[in-house]
Design a protein around this ligand. Structure first.
Ligand code: AMP
Ligand code: MG
Length: 396
């Protein structure tokens, strides 16, 4: 699947839209940062040579010839025997090469000041280019834009970086039995869980879900819905209708038309899967059972979606944990067992939140990891070590 999805073509986005996206090229500094030398203190801009050796008992007297305010050109320049009052952050006036803080100054009237200290050249001056030099790499291509990067790009005059955009993913649920969660189900009806789970997973990945709702188990309705959303979609995700039952509507709708293939993957849950392209856009045909949907999102959709966003690290972190209970495996399939992982003094432990083959969505909601029990395992006994994918951080 990963070899059949590609990062979305980069485009320039405003910083607030680009947040969380991956930059598609090195972003270079076009200016020094800061762009001008400024004062780090409130005080007096001086020529260091004019005040060399000054002490409280042997001050130097200088003539105040103007002010340097923040956000403005300084009033005048500093000549021999002269000084300019300066505020923190104000540009250093020409001629000055040091700042004497206000605490070391005694002002006499409006014109004269006694300076009690003789700082070395450069003292209390923030030099131009101290942070970044023109031509430096501000953000390397492939880096995801987080808070510090947004600040840096804004500060250095890059309001529209070139990024891989967030995929817009059309999400729909198939099933004659489904009703929206706002309605009370009639007998035999089921509230649609999958659209919302997929929505949350996509948001968490950084993609943009487009909710297309519930579609009946009818080939024409499904096709119509998919094609009506096609223009705004970068990918599609449906749930249900991919098993081998007579109502396998996704298969009937897209198997021939859209280069979508259907697979039995040797895993539990999540065995029936459809994947391919519809109108050139990735189509993920997930199974119907909500637990299978969750596992499919983690195992298949998330890495593919991250690749579409240009991300480099596609997989969840894993830990090796000790099982606190026996876990029965389905023998011929890799099992993804929902577990609660904890960091104990002795290392990581993993406690199953539901029995094998349980189709219960609450077992996912109580878990923070998927323990991978390899195919061929009859029982993974309590105390044995398993690899666990962590799907939420411990503080969540
Ligand atoms: P299917 O693969 O379409 O036969 O669905 C398998 C099982 O998952 C059935 O019991 C469905 O009722 C259930 N199911 C399918 N879609 C959803 C959904 N969107 N929300 C909750 N349960 C669903
Ligand atoms: Mg169905």
């Amino acid at each position: 699947m990963l070899s059949r999805v590609e990062p979305l073509a980069p485009l320039r986005l405003a910083l607030t839209d680009a947040y969380g996206s991956v930059v598609a090229e090195d972003v270079l500094a076009t200016h020094d940062l800061p762009e001008f030398a400024s004062s780090a203190m409130d005080g007096f801009a001086v020529r260091a040579s004019d005040v060399a050796g000054a002490t409280p008992s042997e001050p130097r007297e200088l003539k105040i010839v103007g002010r340097a305010l923040i956000g403005h050109e300084p009033e005048g320049t500093v000549g021999a025997g002269e000084t300019i009052r300066i505020a923190t952050g104000a540009p250093i006036p020409a001629g000055a090469d040091a700042v004497v803080p206000i605490e070391n100054a005694v002002v006499e009237g409006n014109e004269l000041v006694q300076l009690l200290d003789g700082p070395a050249p450069g003292t209390h001056i923030r030099p131009r280019g101290e942070d970044v030099h023109e031509g430096d790499v501000l953000v390397p291509g492939g880096r995801r834009l987080g808070a510090p990067e947004l600040g840096l790009l804004a500060n250095s005059g890059h309001p529209t970086p070139l990024v891989h955009p967030r995929p817009r993913v059309v999400v729909l649920s198939t099933g004659d039995e489904l009703v929206p969660p706002t309605e009370s189900p009639g007998f035999g009806q089921v509230r649609d869980a999958n659209s919302f789970m997929i929505f949350g997973a996509l948001r968490e990945m950084g993609a943009m879900p487009v909710m297309a709702g519930i579609v009946r188990d009818d080939v024409e309705s499904l096709r119509e819905t998919i094609f009506s959303f096609e223009i705004q979609a970068d990918a599609f995700i449906s749930s249900g209708g991919v098993s081998v039952g007579e109502r396998d509507v996704v298969k009937a709708a897209f198997f021939r038309r859209g280069d979508v293939d259907f697979y039995k993957v040797a895993m539990q849950p999540g065995m029936p899967q459809g994947f391919g392209h519809v109108e050139g856009k990735p189509y993920f045909g997930l199974p119907g059972n909500p637990v299978s949907v969750f596992v499919s999102l983690e195992v298949f959709v998330r890495p593919a979606m991250l690749k579409m966003m240009g991300r480099r690290h596609l997989f969840r972190p894993e830990v090796t944990a000790r099982l606190t209970e026996d876990v029965r495996g389905p023998r011929g399939k890799l099992q993804f067992a929902r577990v609660e992982v904890r960091r104990d003094p002795g290392g990581w432990s993993a406690t199953p939140t539901g029995a094998r083959g349980s189709n219960l969505i609450s077992t996912v909601a109580r878990a923070n990891g998927l323990a991978m029990i390899p195919a061929g395992t009859d029982v993974a006994p309590a105390g044995s070590s398993v690899q666990v994918m962590l799907f939420r951080s411990s503080e969540d």
